[in-house]
Design a protein around this ligand. Structure first.
Ligand SMILES: [Zn+2]
Length: 108
């Protein structure tokens, strides 16, 4: 697994197959695109996703990790909505900020 820092906390991220995802989640036949194991600080991304889906899932799972670190107390369903919202919005915000980079630095 690849080591990453999320707001200075050590996490690991790696690709996983169905068997591993089910084992991590403690289920037998779930269908997961990704999982965030908050207790072991590990993020699993399903290995058979297209690149665009993969990016979306990575942002979604990293957002779970951030929610955990911040200690925000979402209801489970609200947390899923927040993470999906982030995964949808973040690439567009990143694109816009890159576009506005010079303008922001220049002022006025
Ligand atoms: Zn989720």
């Amino acid at each position: 697994m690849k080591k990453i820092k999320i707001f200075n906390q050590d996490w690991e991220i790696g690709y996983a197959n169905d068997e591993t995802l089910n084992k991590v989640n403690g289920s037998s036949n779930g269908l997961f695109n990704g999982l965030c194991d908050k207790h072991h600080q590990k993020i699993y991304i399903y290995e058979n996703l297209k690149e665009t889906e993969r990016r979306n899932v990575v942002i979604h799972e990293i957002t779970h990790a951030i929610v955990h670190q911040i200690g925000t107390d979402f209801e489970k369903s609200d947390e899923e909505t927040a993470c999906s919202f982030m995964a949808f919005v973040y690439p567009e915000i990143t694109r816009l900020l890159k576009d506005l980079d010079k303008w922001l630095g220049g002022g006025k």
